[in-house]
Design a protein around this ligand. Sequence first.
Ligand SMILES: Cc1cc2nc3c(=O)[nH]c(=O)nc-3n(C[C@H](O)[C@H](O)[C@H](O)COP(=O)(O)OP(=O)(O)OC[C@H]3O[C@@H](n4cnc5c(N)ncnc54)[C@H](O)[C@@H]3O)c2cc1C
Ligand SMILES: CC(C)=CCC/C(C)=C/CC/C(C)=C/CSC[C@H](N)C(=O)O
Length: 482
Amino acid sequence: MRLKSVLASPSGYKTVVGGGIGGTAAAYFLREKFGRGVRIELLERETVGGRLATLEVEGEGYEAGGSVLHPLNLHMKHFVKELGLPTAPVSGGLAGIYNGEEFVFEESSWYIINILKLLWHYGLNPLRMYMWVEDILDKFMRIYRYQTYDYTFSSNERLFHALGGNDFTQMLNQTIDEAMQKASFSHKFINEMVCPTMRDNFGQGVNINGFVGAVSLAGAGSGLWSVKGGNKLVCTGLIYASKAEFISGTVLSIEPKTRPRSTGDPVKLYQVTYNTTAGVTGDTYDIVIIAAPLNRRMANITFKNFDPPVPEFSSPYHQTVVTLVHGRINASFFGYQDPSTFRFGAIFTTENPELFINGLGMVSPVEKKGEEGKLPLQSAVWKVFSKEVLTKEQLNLLFSSYDSVKVKKWLAYPHYSPPEPLPPIILHEQLYYLNGIEWAASAMEMSAIAAKNAALLAYHRWYGNADKIDQEDLHEKLKTEL
Ligand SMILES: Cc1cc2nc3c(=O)[nH]c(=O)nc-3n(C[C@H](O)[C@H](O)[C@H](O)COP(=O)(O)OP(=O)(O)OC[C@H]3O[C@@H](n4cnc5c(N)ncnc54)[C@H](O)[C@@H]3O)c2cc1C
Ligand SMILES: CC(C)=CCC/C(C)=C/CC/C(C)=C/CSC[C@H](N)C(=O)O
C-alpha cells in the first residue's frame, strides 16, 4: 500500500507493501490516524488477501490459508463489524488423535463421557492447560487497551514485555515443551494432546516457542469463527474502507533519498521501485510500511544505500501443504476394520516419522459455513495438512475413493526455533516492518495488532509524540483510566 501524504507532509508520499491482512489493516489504521487528507496507496504483487485465500472444489470455495479466528481476536471482530461482513461459527467434527498405529484418544459426542475420558487419560492436565492458556490470553488482551489509548512500541520485544513482563518475554525464548514441563504438565499429555495441536496448526512439534504454542492451543478452543464468503473479504473490505489506491506491482527495492523542499530545507523520502505489467516504475514516499515477510524466498526486496544497512532477514519460513480432497475417508488406514464405527471429522497426529500427514479434517464451503452436518463416511471435502505434497499412493491410502484434489503449497509461517531474537519494527527512520511479529506467533490477529502498532508508531514519530512510545508500566498506569 502507498500512502500519499497531503496533510502530514505536503511534499511526500507514504506507502505500505503487501495486500494481506497486515497490509490492508495498516492502510485502515493509517487512514484512521492521519485522516482524510492523506493519499494512501497499496502495492500488492499477487492477490489481495495473501495467506488468506480460497481454493475451489466442485464449484465451491474453501479456506486454503488462514481459516479460524478466536472469539477474543478483537481487531478482526471490529473489522467484520465495521465492514458489515457476515460471520459463522467454525465447528469441527469429533476429534481423534492418531499415533500412526491406533487412536490414543477418541472424542465422544457425549460431553460427560469426554470429561471422564480426559480425566482418566490425563488427570487434571486438560483443566490446568485451559487455565494456563486463559492466563496468557488475559495478559495478551492488554494490547487492546494500550492501543485504544494510542500507545505504541518501537520493538516487538518491548511490546511483549509491556504485556506480561519478563515471564512473557521468556515464553518467546523457550519451547512450548519446556514451558509446559516447567508448569508440571505430564509428558503423556504434552505428547498426546499438545503436540498434535502444534502439528495441525503450525506443522511443527513442541519445539515451537511457548507463546506461539499457547496461541495454537487457543486456536483449538471453543467459540472459533470465520467470515462467510471467505476471510480474505476482510482484506478487500479494508482497502475500500481505507480509501487506499490499489497498485498491482512487485516491490523490487527501497532506497533513502534527500530532496530539497520548495522552502529550501531538505526532506527525507524513500524511493520505492516496483515492477508492474507496464514495466519497472517507482515513486517517493515519506513513510513506508512493509507488510510482507522479508527474506529472499518471500518479499525479496533490496534495501539500497541505507546507513546503517537494513539487516538481511534469512530465517526460514516453514512449508505446509494444504490438500483439499473431495472423497471418502479410508477408515481402515486408521485401523478401523468396520468403517461404520468411524465417526471422526478431525484427525490429529502425534509425532511419528512414519506419518506423512500432520492432520486432517472435514471442512465446509465458505459460503455455507455454519451449515455442517455431513457424516465422515459420506463423500465430503477434507482438508489435509502435510509437510510435502501428497503422492497418489498416499492419497489412495487416506481415501477409499476421491474425485477431486486441489493442492496449495505455502511458506506458511516461521520455522520456529527458540531462543531467537524478534526482527525489528523500525528498519529506518520512517520505514517500518510488520511481519517480525510472526516470530512471536503467526495469526491473522497478530498481523492486525502489528499493523495498528506500526500505524501508531509512524504517526507519533512523525509528530514527535514521544510520550506515546515505549511507556513503562502501562498496565498499572491505565488501571486508573476509565
Ligand atoms: C495454511 C495456513 C493456515 C493458517 N491458519 C490460520 C488460522 O486458522 N488462523 C489464523 O489466525 N491464522 C492462520 N494462518 C496464519 C495467517 O494466515 C497469517 O498469519 C496472516 O494471513 C499473515 O498476513 P500478512 O498480511 O501479515 O502476510 P501475507 O498474508 O503473507 O501478506 C503479504 C502480502 O505481501 C505480498 N508481497 C510479498 N512480497 C511483495 C513485494 N515484493 N511486492 C508487493 N507485494 C508483496 C504478498 O503477495 C502477500 O499478499 C494460517 C496460515 C496458513 C498458510
Ligand atoms: C492471536 C490469538 C490470541 C489467537 C489466535 C488463535 C488462533 C485462531 C490460532 C490458529 C492459528 C493457526 C496458524 C492455525 C493454522 S490451521 C487452523 C486449523 N487447524 C485449520 O484447520 O485450518
